[in-house]
Design a protein around this ligand. Structure first.
Ligand code: FES
Length: 124
């Protein structure tokens, strides 16, 4: 299994693909510059997209309990704190108090069913 390295030079397996419901979410922890960060994982078939679990509105976590995320009937990720709604391609807020802002993307790859970090730091 190929894995990626984080800033600490360690292999970083975030999750197994089969642990994430298709169309659903999971939460994982990754280290950036030695600092643990909560990461949102969203599965879309065989692909996974990821963002820091930090809402651009007030900097809070988006999940209502660890790893429990709200999804609207329209397929948007909804922040549990004040209801900002994010589309799941770019992580852009399309409704709510931080409309137009984006979640910070975390580069991930899927190799042999393993979801791993693919880069050094979240994109800004
Ligand atoms: S912290 Fe997410 S909508 Fe306010």
């Amino acid at each position: 299994m190929r894995t990626s390295l984080n800033n600490d030079g360690e292999s970083t397996l975030l999750a197994r693909l089969e642990q994430i419901e298709d169309g659903g979410f999971a939460e994982a922890e990754a280290r950036f510059d030695g600092t643990p960060e909560s990461v949102i994982l969203h599965r879309d078939g065989a692909a996974v997209r990821a963002w820091l679990n930090v809402c651009p509105h007030a900097g809070r976590r988006l999940d209502w309990a660890p790893g429990k995320f709200l999804k609207s009937k329209d397929g948007l990720l909804v922040c549990a704190v004040h209801g900002a709604s994010f589309e799941l391609q770019r992580g852009q807020c399309v409704a709510g108090p931080c409309r137009g802002d984006c979640l910070r993307a975390v580069p991930v790859e899927v190799h042999d069913g393993a979801v791993v970090l693919a880069g050094q730091a979240p994109a800004t």
